[in-house]
Design a protein around this ligand. Sequence first.
Ligand SMILES: NC(=O)c1ccc[n+]([C@@H]2O[C@H](COP(=O)([O-])OP(=O)(O)OC[C@H]3O[C@@H](n4cnc5c(N)ncnc54)[C@H](OP(=O)(O)O)[C@@H]3O)[C@@H](O)[C@H]2O)c1
Length: 273
Amino acid sequence: MTAPRVAVLGAGSLAGAMLSGWERAGVVFDSLVTVNRTAAGAAALAGRGTALSLESNPDANRVAVRGADIVVIAVKPYMIDDLLPTIATALAPGAVVITVAAGIRSERFRPALPRSVAVIRAMPNTPSAVGRGVIGLVADPAVPAEAMFAARALLEPLGEVVEVPADQLDGIVAISGSGPAYVFLMIEKLASAAIAQGFEPGTAALLARQVFLGAAELLVASGEDPAELRRRVTSPNGTTERAIAVFQAGGLDDLFVAATQACRQRAQELGRG
Ligand SMILES: NC(=O)c1ccc[n+]([C@@H]2O[C@H](COP(=O)([O-])OP(=O)(O)OC[C@H]3O[C@@H](n4cnc5c(N)ncnc54)[C@H](OP(=O)(O)O)[C@@H]3O)[C@@H](O)[C@H]2O)c1
């Protein structure tokens, strides 16, 4: 399947990032159809395949999936149960359904869809927009190898694909699915701290952004462990050591554990509906 026919149901924030990533990587589709609820949402996707909306055509999801080799379902988790019965009879035999809905296990999909359809759970994140995503992919023995191959081929241009067992996908949500938001939060906080040090907001934003970008690129380019790179900028009794001690005294380690556990728990709640 070199140029698949792809339908994306729910082209919002995450699917928009995936569409940008495919565009940036020059991925060629035989056809690409997206669906949003509102006509305004569809209009915002102009130029990226055929953009449909339920507002203009209540049958848009069925129209989109007809003949599609791969259907990406990216609506909110609570919408899944209502969506599946509307598309079930329009799916092409042997179609591959990739769901990115947090928390919702494949078992919830299968009874609502034809047996010939393969259901694959994936968990991308928004840096997929620039080809720097992490995409958790459930390695499911019930899914035929060619369907997994097609899913991987679609997702690999977006970043690093990591295959995990089904019970680890909520952990992927907690670490990399929501992870970009944690990093943005830290960049915001570093910029606020820079303002508190007397810098102009523009300079503060630049300093904070460049620290994260530079540190991430140095980490990748050096191939070193982050703890080792940290040690190299932390002289005994120096300035950095003083700052790190404050982070540690504030319970940073525990905060990361607690925050990611809370995220995982919320994914499980969403899965229960
Ligand atoms: N955001 C992330 O970083 C992230 C990461 C991993 C996984 N996810 C998962 O990705 C999914 C989408 O999240 P999101 O943040 O992208 O949400 P979002 O921005 O609200 O996108 C949802 C999209 O679904 C559309 N929609 C609503 N009802 C629909 C229907 N019946 N048929 C077709 N489209 C419909 C909405 O259209 P309108 O805008 O026109 O209403 C909207 O564009 C969720 O299941 C979430 O768990 C998100």
